[in-house]
Design a protein around this ligand. Structure first.
Ligand SMILES: C[S@@+](CC[C@H](N)C(=O)[O-])C[C@H]1O[C@@H](n2cnc3c(N)ncnc32)[C@H](O)[C@@H]1O
Ligand code: SF4
Ligand code: SF4
Length: 333
């Protein structure tokens, strides 16, 4: 995975430290639409929604000025359904290269040309959801032909050499056998891989959680395999401690200590602040301090370990060490 240049790393550390102290979010996830091209079995989005009240590209500038995050996720729904997504990126991205910007997408609407436009507009990382290393992906996402489309478009985009594409594989009971095969797929397509963990909170369905000792043993075998393949190129994007915490999350049925609303938050398609994508208390843009008081200080929810949490539940020195010194330009000695 491409390392961020030193000067930009320093700016990210500077802004991150300030936000940490001032209780402003490190990561903001903009859900730019509720609509989607898929109907995934593990998700509460799916299909078309009313997009009339969506923020316009220019509105995102106001949110950036108020929240000042150092990392932004552009997500949804399916963000590529917005024809103006490139313009949204331009409005989010400041002149100094910040924030580090991640587009989280299923890539059903991605083309090589769009990838290049988004790259030049300032997307630093393309997170491509992949649940299976073959056409079972189509069944799980209820989108015929999606896997074949990815098989063609991902390697073509990767061939440009920017090293900014990451397969994002959400581990469920359905695909827990495929952990290493998914890593092989990333290598085959010339891209990186990141694992996240299923949460039953989105849909209320516990069937896709890892509920049996056999499933937990399969998880551990798969992650052992992945760990043995880790090298200094960071093609396995999760840190070792995050993968370790993912094992504990499934084993214990949750992970306490969530900082939703404080260290990270979601901006809905219509512009409300929410603690996370699975907690629906809504606040106005200026009301983050109230969200921290009313929600974060009393939050006992432990029901997910998605990537936004895995970055940010750590204490600040560890966060810097893992997500900055490893990921950005500071090499560990
Ligand atoms: C909600 S989607 C939005 C972006 C885009 N539509 C996509 O699928 O990448 C973002 C990520 O959440 C993951 N996701 C969906 N439902 C989930 C669940 N119940 N638990 C954990 N992750 C989930 C998806 O697999 C995807 O990687
Ligand atoms: S996971 Fe992404 S692609 Fe699937 S339904 Fe949810 S928002 Fe859509
Ligand atoms: S653990 Fe935190 S981020 Fe996850 S669903 Fe609960 S409140 Fe949201």
């Amino acid at each position: 995975m491409r390392r961020v240049p030193l000067a930009e790393s320093l700016r990210i550390i500077g802004r991150g430290s300030l936000n940490w102290l001032r209780e402003r979010p490190i990561v903001v996830s903009f859900e730019v639409t509720d609509s989607c091209t898929c109907y995934c079995k593990h998700c509460d989005h799916g299909g078309p929604k009313d997009d009339a009240g969506n923020l316009k590209p220019g509105d995102y500038r106001r949110y950036m000025e108020a929240l000042h995050p150092c990392v932004v996720q552009i997500s949804g729904g399916e963000p590529l359904m917005r024809d103006d997504v490139v313009e949204i990126v331009r409005n989010i991205k400041g002149g100094d290269g910040l924030p580090y910007t991640i587009l989280v997408s299923n890539w059903s609407l991605m083309t090589e040309q769009r990838y290049l436009e988004l790259h030049h507009a300032g997307v630093d990382q393309f997170s491509v959801s992949l649940d299976f290393p073959d056409s079972r992906h189509d069944e799980f996402r209820v989108h015929p032909g999606l896997y074949e489309h990815l098989r063609q478009v991902v390697p073509r985009c990767a061939a440009h050499g920017y090293d900014d594409i990451v397969l994002n594989s959400c581990i469920t009971s359905e695909n827990v056998n495929e952990i290493d095969a998914m890593a092989c797929k990333a290598r085959e397509w010339g891209v990186n891989i990141c694992y996240s963990a299923y949460s039953a909170r989105r849909t209320g369905c516990r069937d896709y959680f890892l509920n049996t000792p056999e499933q937990l043993a399969t998880l551990n075998r798969g992650l052992d395999c992945v760990e043995s393949r880790r090298d200094s190129t960071r093609w396995i994007v999760n840190s070792a401690t995050t993968l370790e915490a993912t094992r504990r999350y499934f084993e214990n049925g949750g992970t306490p200590g969530c900082k939703a609303g404080l260290r990270f938050l979601v901006v809905t398609a219509g512009g409300a602040l929410q603690p996370c994508s699975m907690q629906f208390q809504r606040y106005a843009l200026g009301d983050q301090p109230r969200m921290i008081e009313e929600f974060t200080r009393h939050n006992t929810c432990d029901q997910c370990y998605v990537s936004i949490r895995s970055y940010l539940d750590k204490n600040f020195p560890r966060l810097l060490w893992e997500n900055v010194s490893g990921f950005f330009s500071f090499k560990t000695p």
